[in-house]
Design a protein around this ligand. Structure first.
Ligand SMILES: *Cc1c(COP(=O)(O)O)cnc(C)c1O
Length: 468
């Protein structure tokens, strides 16, 4: 065990000090009422500054991030985000703003909101945005509330169902349920796209709308989108676009032109801002002209104006690429995904042939006789310094491996990844045992997932119990 494997509490010894507070320059305040004072000192660790610095620096190196290596996590867009966006978000004039400041002192921030709304409208074909939602799923809920209110305000109370394809991201049906809508599933064809013939009989006066991702979670463009839009509109429903993964379309195709009425974007995926670990997100919702007014009438979904720093990064990202270079985001992310797919499909099972957009799905290794699973492949990748792709999603296949390289990786990195994936496929045949016990050289080895789920170690006292 390395000394930094110990908790900061275990490094503590009485009397050690890492920080001294500035001398009090203010007069003694009234003492707090005795009932509000704690009887004992809080049990905080007592450590020196160097202990703290080493502890957290070492912990940070046990983590994997997009700044440490390639992170091909499908449906998540873990791309490199330029550092200038961080610098701009950290500028004191922005970072120290308070949401209750007088309006005339926040003109700069207002200009950022207005500029970003204009840029996102240009990219999506929507007419207005709200920046309140703080995540993609939060945006979905907001968008569905807008759709539901639109029907209710027209006195059309029977529209309580929403159609969701079987390939949808899990948040789609979840948001619909939270919004009080009933979910109707529409099946995909064997080519991974929505079955238009199966959609037709579902449409009627009880349909509030349809939620779609295009390209869908298999990375496939829904080529029948025009017909789907006219069918759904024809029955009086609206089209919701899950724009969490906008990379492949930016500067090329606009959801507004495909016939979508409401959508959200994940600024923390497609428009800079590193994410993962539950960090701050932003899921702005855009609407078409008919729904512009409804943005103002349906109330508030967050305290103020959402996570401003995420918007600053998105705006900095768009302005630094500019109109000319933003057009490269889509083609490069699509090229990278197809390059990996074509380079590996002889050793990994590609269930749906053809050109993909920014991501694609393998159904495990091609050679199914070795007993090596998608989980084994994912764990082994960690040994070679790559983050695992998304696994066992989408649910359409048993052994899904969902790969998204993003537009920010070089050909050299993609080639290295391809060669490691091929090496693993060979190991699966030659030495399957070693794959099944991977990872071998990560800070934490293969976890016992059943125990981790049944008896999770979430508190210091749990850990002490496990250690003893
Ligand atoms: C990530 C994602 C979401 C959810 O976004 P969160 O910010 O995690 O709530 C929804 N749909 C798709 C397609 C996604 O990839």
């Amino acid at each position: 065990m390395k000394y930094y494997d110990r908790l900061i509490f275990e490094l503590s010894s009485e009397g050690k000090q890492g920080y001294s507070l500035p001398r009090n320059r203010y007069p003694e305040a009234e003492p707090l009422p005795a009932g509000l004072l704690r009887a004992e000192k809080p049990a905080l660790p007592e450590v020196s500054e160097i202990d703290v610095v080493r502890h957290y620096t070492n912990l940070s190196q046990m983590n994997f991030g997009v700044d440490t290596g390639f992170y091909p996590l499908g449906s998540c867009t873990m791309k490199y985000n330029p550092k200038i966006n961080e610098e701009i978000a950290a500028m004191p004039g922005f970072a120290a703003l308070h949401p209750l400041q007088p309006e005339e002192t926040v003109r700069g921030a207002k200009a950022v909101y207005e500029g970003l709304e204009k840029a996102l409208s240009a990219v999506t074909g929507m007419k207005a945005f709200t920046f309140e939602p703080c995540a993609g799923a939060h945006g979905e809920l907001t968008g569905l509330m807008i759709i539901r209110n639109y029907h209710i305000r027209r006195g059309d109370l029977a529209r309580t169902k929403v159609i969701v394809p079987d390939s949808a991201h899990g948040t789609n049906p979840a948001s619909a349920a939270v919004c009080g809508l009933e979910i109707v599933e529409v099946k995909s064809l064997s080519d991974g796209r929505i079955d238009v013939e199966a959609l037709k009989p579902l449409l009627g006066p009880d349909i509030a709308g349809i939620m779609m991702t295009n390209p869908n979670t298999l990375g496939l463009f829904e080529t029948e989108i025009r017909e789907i839009a006219s069918l759904v509109h024809g029955c009086g429903g609206l089209l919701y676009y899950d724009g969490a993964n906008m990379n492949p379309l930016i500067g090329k195709v606009r959801p507004g032109d495909m016939g979508f009425d409401v959508m959200h974007l994940n600024l923390h995926k497609s428009f800079s801002t590193p994410h993962g670990g539950g960090g701050p997100g932003s899921g702005p919702v855009g609407v078409c002209e008919t729904l512009r007014e409804s943005l103002k009438t349906f109330g508030k979904v967050s305290g103020f104006q959402g996570n401003f720093a995420v918007m600053l990064r998105a705006y900095a990202y768009l302005l630094s690429l500019g109109k000319e270079y933003v057009k490269w985001v889509g083609p490069l992310s699509v090229l990278g995904a197809n390059y990996i797919k074509e380079s590996l499909k002889d050793v990994y099972e590609l269930p749906i042939e053809g050109v993909c957009k920014h991501e694609f799905v393998f159904d495990g290794l091609k050679d199914k006789s070795t007993g090596v699973t998608t989980l084994n492949v994912a764990k082994r990748l960690l040994d070679y310094g790559f983050h695992a792709p998304t696994i066992y999603f989408p649910l359409l296949f048993h052994e899904s491996i969902m790969i998204e390289p993003t537009e920010t990786e070089s050909k050299e990195t993609l080639d290295e990844f391809i060669s490691v994936m091929r090496k693993i496929a060979l190991e699966a045949i030659e030495n399957p045992e070693s794959l099944m016990t991977a990872p071998h050289n990560t800070p934490v080895r293969k976890l016992d997932e059943t125990t981790a789920a049944r008896r999770p170690v979430l508190k210091y006292s749990d850990l002490i119990a496990v250690k003893n």
